[in-house]
Design a protein around this ligand. Structure first.
Ligand code: ATP
Ligand code: MG
Length: 423
């Protein structure tokens, strides 16, 4: 096959069986968010590049190395979204929604990052997430984490993940912490990876998120954010933890969690698994109090989460013994015995679809072939139309599992089919 006919590296086609599983995941997660009174939002797949460059920070890996940015025919610099939060906040501001706080939305769709493709790391991947804008209460963080846990539980995954929690403190704490980190890593600069040497200048916190082995060894003894918290930052984090305890949500404090993007403050969290190899974070989120203002909106706080749908799906395949099974709809086959009954069969198939049955009309080949096809489709029942049946205004209904069959008036077909379990 010509290489041009392959999908681009890091992208893949979603065929019907997988699409059905994804739809199940999205519907389950949307259902959970609706319980917390969130509504769905859909923002464009691309935005002016500034939306991401200003907000994700020119220092973050996502912006410096991972965005798909291009100039369109009108000369505008546009970027395919690498994540949703910036676009959702842009939408909040553009639609003038500051008088309608809190703004509570969930979303799902594709995101794009120019990363090195590997297991669990794609260039076009999909996220499901939620954002809450306009709520400064630490209990909102606890509720956001609870909603995330609830979402994972709806997929049967909560027992297979671990909640790791950290706080970056407020702006003042972060500033003091930054100083301590710079001092620590400056003393060990020679041992840092090239990337982290750069980070040291621009955003030392992000060294903690480095995936480099050597960096990771240095990180073990690096100063911890908590030691630089203001009393307010400590109190905030205490309430988040109390909230989780009240809800019986187990967590571990992991001072190394800083998140990949620059705009977080206070609470950050990740739900991780050791069942997916190196790419073990299935869902992550946190508080971003400065982001809306940074983007030119009012000074309102925010908190949110995002999950990678491919990773959720992969984990569901791993933890369910026979893989994840979402049953396709049960199919009814309509078969005209001869060409003369085709129009009647066409009409019957269509009428049944309007009654919400999934119907396959089979007209090709002799009777043997037609029945074989019905079998191959996994049809539960076949409706046969021969000359006699059409004349009498009847059909022959045959259940494929038992071979049992009966003739009945066309108008009784729906009722007869409905008596069968699962149809
Ligand atoms: P990682 O540390 O794995 O690079 P991240 O910090 O860049 O993740 P976020 O920006 O927080 O990830 O995105 C939220 C979630 O989206 C991740 O936890 C993960 O499940 C998923 N995700 C992120 N990047 C990719 C990717 N390239 N391919 C597949 N899923 C991804
Ligand atoms: Mg990343």
């Amino acid at each position: 096959m010509s290489p041009k006919l392959q999908p681009v590296r890091g992208t893949h086609d979603i065929l019907p069986e997988e699409a059905r599983k994804r739809r199940f995941i999205e519907a389950a997660l949307a259902g959970v968010c609706e319980r917390y009174n969130y509504g769905e939002i859909a923002t464009p797949v691309f935005e002016f590049s500034d939306v991401f460059h200003r907000t994700l920070g020119d220092t973050s890996d996502v912006v410096t190395k991972e965005t798909y940015t291009f100039t369109d025919r009108g000369g505008e610099s546009l970027t395919l979204r690498p994540e949703f939060t910036a676009g959702v906040v842009r939408a909040f501001i553009s639609n003038g929604l500051q008088d309608k706080l809190p703004f509570k939305v969930y979303y799902h769709g594709p995101a794009f990052r120019y990363e090195r493709p590997q297991k669990g790391r794609l260039r076009q991947f999909h996220q499901f997430g939620a954002e809450l804008v306009g709520e400064a209460d630490p209990l909102a963080d606890a509720e956001m984490i609870a909603m995330s846990a609830h979402a994972l539980s709806a997929l049967g995954l909560l027992d297979h993940v671990k909640l790791e929690l950290n706080s970056l403190g407020d702006a003042e704490s972060r500033q003091a912490y930054r100083g301590a980190l710079v001092a620590y890593f400056k003393d060990r600069q020679a041992q840092l990876s090239e990337d982290s040497k750069q980070r040291l200048e621009r955003n030392p916190l992000r060294i903690l998120d480095s995936k480099d082995e050597g960096d990771r060894r240095l990180i073990i003894d690096a100063p911890q954010a908590q030691d630089y918290f203001t009393p307010d930052a400590s109190a905030f984090f205490d309430i988040v933890q109390e909230g989780l305890e009240a809800l019986n949500i187990k967590f571990e404090i992991n001072p190394r969690i800083v998140r990949g993007l620059d705009y977080y403050s206070h609470t950050v969290f990740e739900f991780t698994t050791d069942k997916l190899g190196a790419q073990g974070t299935v869902l992550a989120g946190g508080r971003y109090d400065g982001l809306v203002k940074l983007m030119g909106g009012p000074d309102v706080p925010g908190v949110g989460f995002a999950a990678g749908i491919e990773r959720l799906l992969a984990l569901m395949e791993v933890v369910n013994a026979d893989g994840m099974r979402v049953s396709p709809p049960k199919v009814i086959a309509v078969i005209p015995i001869d060409a003369a009954q085709e129009m009647e069969a066409l009409k019957l198939a269509d009428a049944l679809r309007h009654q919400n049955f999934t119907v396959e009309l089979i007209t090709r080949g002799n009777m043997g072939k037609k029945m074989k096809k019905a079998d191959k489709l996994g049809a539960t029942a076949v409706l046969l139309l021969g000359e006699d049946e059409v004349k009498a205004g009847e059909v022959t209904l045959r259940w494929l599992a038992t071979g049992e069959q009966q003739r009945l008036p066309v108008q009784s077909v729906v009722q007869a089919l409905m008596q069968q379990d699962g149809l």
